[in-house]
Design a protein around this ligand. Structure first.
Ligand SMILES: Nc1ncnc2c1ncn2[C@@H]1O[C@H](COP(=O)(O)OP(=O)(O)OP(=O)(O)O)[C@@H](O)[C@H]1O
Length: 230
């Protein structure tokens, strides 16, 4: 569903991506792992149309979206789960869930959201400010599902969360995958990445150093941790 070919990106004169080729299929969970500064965030920003100093090609659902602005990519079904979670603190959980525009007939209803995220059903009237980190992450994911996005791009969904909450996020990603939605996630937590993903790309200095399926990734976990300096 997503095909990225020879993507290069710059910040002024400084080149951050040096010809990145990656893909995500429907119902596939793919991670981008790499050290700080490897280019993971830049790559995701290029995919959603927020970084414009680029060359190469991005195709989504068979359509060339290279050069297409961010709001039109979102309308086409690219859903970005922001790392700052982008929740409106003054609104309740339910009001946050009612905001997103519907972009496809796969948009989740409130009932579907509350069934998949019982934590949010319990907190539906609570203001955004009072949510725990895990609840905020769930709300951020649920809001994107409310649009009917066909591809979810996530920036470190496990960051800063307790292990039990990380496991819950993993279960939610598995549910999303089962609906045929593709997921591309930036992830520094190698153990979490190995539990949720089908494939992985190791990004190093703006290049894909290695592409691994999950069994190979698990086998080389120690080596990867060493590379990532974790
Ligand atoms: N706004 C910016 N202006 C100039 N250079 C930038 C900017 N943002 C990122 N870079 C540079 O681009 C390269 C890739 O950074 P990027 O943030 O994409 O890496 P990352 O893998 O997401 O790292 P992190 O895990 O720290 O977010 C780095 O060399 C970084 O210094």
């Amino acid at each position: 569903m997503l095909e990225v070919t020879d993507l290069k990106a710059w910040y002024g004169e400084a080149q951050a991506l040096h010809g990145v080729t990656v893909s995500v299929e429907k119902g596939e969970v793919v991670t981008l792992v790499g050290r700080n500064g490897a280019g993971k965030t830049t790559l995701v920003r290029c995919l959603i149309g927020l970084h414009r100093q680029v060359s190469g090609a991005v195709s989504f659902l068979g359509r060339d979206v290279t050069g297409v602005p961010a709001h039109r990519r979102a309308r086409a079904g690219m859903g970005w789960v922001q790392d700052d979670r982008g929740i409106y603190a003054s609104l309740s959980v339910e009001e946050n869930l009612l905001l997103p525009p519907r972009v496809s007939d796969r948009a989740w209803t409130l009932e579907q959201v509350y069934e998949a995220f019982p934590e949010l059903a319990v907190r539906r009237k609570a203001p955004g400010t009072t949510l725990s980190g895990g609840e905020q992450q769930m709300l951020a994911i649920a809001r994107v599902l409310r649009t009917g996005a066909r591809l979810l791009l996530m920036d470190e969904p496990s960051e800063g969360l307790a292990p039990v909450v990380v496991a819950r996020i993993g279960a939610i990603i598995a549910e999303i995958k089962a609906t045929g939605v593709g997921v591309l996630l930036i992830e520094q937590n190698v153990k979490f990445a190995a539990t949720v993903a089908d494939r992985h790309y190791l990004l190093s200095q703006g290049r894909i150093a290695t592409a691994l399926d999950n069994s190979e990734f698990r086998r080389r976990e120690g080596e990867l941790l060493e590379h990532l300096g974790i």
